[in-house]
Ligand binder design. Structure first.
Ligand code: ARG
Ligand code: GLU
Length: 693
């Protein structure tokens, strides 16, 4: 009897989501509140999310396309990461006004810098619209009819939600289309840069420390959201006024200790926790290794170009950072999946599912059919990866197709932007290397007709690239920006770069993409059933939906971890570590003089703790790309940090989360405040915030 109870207990425990795993929908957070409260949460579901009154969701925003931001004053002051504002900071920079290197601090609103194209979205509400979206849909329907019915329903739901307002709305599928939610937001279009630390602080450690712990990066930047006089979204205008949010975050000056409860409120981009073993195996064994190798080459070439020339260093700073970022993440992910044995565990689950489904016709052969579909997909997915990562790495052909696709009136601006940051020498070498690798790995049916022979006739990929770059008028095309539209169109049409782009794009559109789409649609359809089946098979398990760039809550606690046998990492770092890593010879570790002075004088103001300043901490919150800039909050909902990364060993949490080692990395809010006040001398910004002890 006792054994049975123990067994039962074990079963229920193992069916539950492991502690701290999950990205939960704020509108359904009520279900998680008991678990959160047992760990140190002090608020209610209504404090997190409410439609009827101001709640913390009003203080979290989607920043640009891929980040999160948080509002910290009643005048639209917004904190996000340095790497989230990087593109904007770089766009305002040049060799003689280098905000990347020196930092930028607006000393008054008049000095804030507008950023055309940058938006900030605030969620108005989310609703379960499953019944409306699936109205008239049956299981027996052919896929195309189903898709059309859903599209029609979605359109109606969006129209009803936005009618008579300037709201924007989307409807997103959850659990592979078993459920649908409507998200209504207000999108602000006048967002100005207020402050950014020097890169030697905001990107301290650069790509060497990226995805690593212990970390010493002051990864923050400050923006301000502006609105029309009516507080509604408006295009940029000097007459706009600071946005007054319904709610903003209080900032805690108290900090965190190991074991403290924290939660993260933000917009994780994409996770795939319910993937079949085949898909994980492809990622770890094929997709990631190839993409990593392609980027290794690209980064080598870019790095050599940057080292040789200051102007090139600035031009390629943002590009190199984003190439390096995923490159390193994939390495950690492939390793993490291996270490965890994810493929084996998934196989075991699939076996269990098949046994369970043996007498259930709706589910019986699902897993086998999915295995088959993945086999069929593999060569196409591989070709797609190469088309995107190898051919897509060539800037010239990408520019040629963007320019061709753009309307005449947009072309001059597009060209100006491209040439501001373009090095033909780098690009030509990248092109040679990428084309060589493309030809070496892809079978003839995924290569444009006649292309391999042309490359051979030219004397190989390098000679081919030389000749392409010598002939293309787009290479040194600064003058294109001033050309009459007709002449530009004519140049563009016969340019060899345009023609090459067209051939590769046509190949993709005919030989690669349609098959990928057809097979993946079928896969998604079966996943919908698989997901439903899993939920039936494991009724006690709390399933959380995969991330899909919608607002989520993750929660956990501040905790160190063991990265390897015999090593245990502490969960916090301090300014002492910044000084220890200082190396004037390396751009990314060259601590600014002013920060040195502050350190030597121990001029830490109210941000001192034990003779230093806290810099970063790690916690067990389940996060992903897109969570950058997310507020990290204490049990009372006060801001204690800004999320900016995960550790390398954690990145497989996009496919399987491991509470033992998965950690998100946050910059301690006290370091941010210290830097604004003491390094930037912009203490007036702190006066706007509500800082509580
Ligand atoms: N790894 C972080 C993220 O995924 C930060 C990236 C920016 N930093 C960098 N050194 N590239 O976005
Ligand atoms: N740096 C990532 C971002 O830009 C967050 C790190 C992660 O992938 O968790 O969103």
């Amino acid at each position: 009897m006792k054994r049975n109870i123990v067994l039962l207990l074990f079963l229920t425990l193992s069916l539950r989501v492991s502690a701290d795993e999950g990205m939960w929908l704020p509108g359904l957070i009520g279900d998680r509140i008991p678990a959160m409260r047992s760990q140190g949460f002090r608020l209610t579901a209504d404090d997190v999310y409410s439609v009827n009154r101001a709640s913390l969701k009003d203080a979290v925003v989607r920043f640009g396309r891929g980040c999160t931001g948080n509002l910290v004053s009643d005048r639209g002051l917004l904190l996000t990461n340095h790497h989230c504002g990087y593109g904007q900071i770089q766009a305002h920079s040049s060799v003689d006004r280098d905000y990347l290197t020196d930092g930028f601090w607006a000393m008054s609103p008049a000095e804030e810098l507008p950023n055309p194209g940058l938006t900030v979205s605030v969620l108005v509400r989310m609703d379960d619209v499953t019944d409306r979206v699936l109205g008239g849909v049956t299981d027996a329907m052919p896929d195309s009819v189903r898709a059309a019915t859903i599209a029609r329903n979605v359109k109606a739901v969006i129209a009803a939600a936005t009618e008579g307002t300037d709201y924007e709305a989307t409807v997103e599928p959850f659990y592979y289309g078993n459920q649908y939610f409507l998200f209504v937001s207000e999108v602000y279009r006048d967002v100005r840069l207020v402050a950014a630390p020097p890169s030697a602080v905001g990107k301290f450690g650069g790509d060497t420390d990226n995805w690593m712990w212990p970390r010493h990066t002051g990864d923050f930047s400050v923006f301000r959201v502006y609105a029309g006089k009516d507080n509604r979204p408006a295009d940029y205008s000097p007459d706009n006024v600071p946005y007054r949010p319904r709610r903003y975050f209080e900032v805690s000056a108290r900090g965190v200790n190991e074991g403290d409860f924290t939660w993260v409120y933000g917009y994780p981009g994409r996770t795939s926790e319910y993937l079949l073993s085949d898909a994980v195996d492809y990622i770890a064994r094929v997709g990631n290794p190839h993409k990593i190798a392609l980027r290794t080459e690209r980064l080598r070439i870019i790095g050599e170009g940057q080292a040789a020339d200051v102007r090139t260093r600035i031009q390629y700073a943002s590009k190199a950072a984003s190439v390096a970022n995923a490159w390193k993440k994939w390495q950690g992910e492939a390793r993490g999946v291996d270490r965890l044995g994810t493929v084996g565990r998934k196989r075991a689950l699939e076996q269990e599912f098949m046994r369970w489904a043996a007498d259930k016709p709706a589910y019986r052969d699902l897993v086998d059919r999915l295995h088959c579909l993945y086999d069929t997909l593999q060569p196409y997915a591989f070709a797609r990866d190469y088309w995107a990562e190898a051919f897509g790495a060539i800037e010239l052909t990408k520019f040629a197709s963007d320019l061709s696709a753009a309307g005449e009136e947009k072309r001059p601006a597009l060209a100006a932007k491209f040439y501001k940051d373009y090095s033909p020498a780098i690009d030509r070498r990248v092109a040679a290397e990428m084309l060589a690798r493309y030809l070496n790995t892809q079978p003839g049916r995924f290569v444009p007709e006649g292309f391999a022979a042309e490359v051979e006739a030219a004397g190989g990929p390098a000679a081919y690239a030389d000749s392409l770059f010598a002939r293309s008028a787009l290479v040194a095309g600064e003058c294109l920006a001033d050309m009459a539209p007709d002449s530009l169109a004519a140049v563009l049409r016969r340019d060899p770069a345009t023609m090459l782009a067209r051939r590769f794009n046509r190949l993709y559109a005919t030989a690669i993409y349609p098959e990928c789409r057809r097979i993946e649609r079928e896969i998604t359809r079966l996943y919908r059933l698989y997901m439903r089946g899993l939920m039936e098979m494991q009724p006690g398990r709390a399933f959380y939906p995969d991330a899909n760039s919608t607002l989520r809550v993750s929660y956990g606690r501040v905790a160190g971890y063991r990265p390897a046998d015999g090593i245990r990492y502490l969960p916090v770092t301090t300014l002492c570590g910044v000084i220890e890593k200082d190396d004037p010879a390396i751009y990314d570790y060259d601590v600014p003089e002013r920060l040195h002075e502050l350190y030597t004088a121990r001029d830490f103001g109210r941000w001192a703790e034990e003779g230093t300043v806290p810099v970063a901490f790690i916690a067990t919150n389940h996060t992903s790309g897109g969570n950058s800039g997310s507020p990290v909050l204490d049990g009372r909902g006060r801001l204690v940090g800004l999320n900016f990364d995960r550790t390398w060993e954690s990145t497989m949490s996009d496919v399987e989360y491991d509470p033992e080692i998965c950690r998100n990395i946050a910059v301690d809010i006290r370091y941010v405040l210290f830097l604004i006040e003491k390094l930037g001398g912009a203490g007036y910004l702190l006066d706007e915030m509500r800082i509580v002890d």
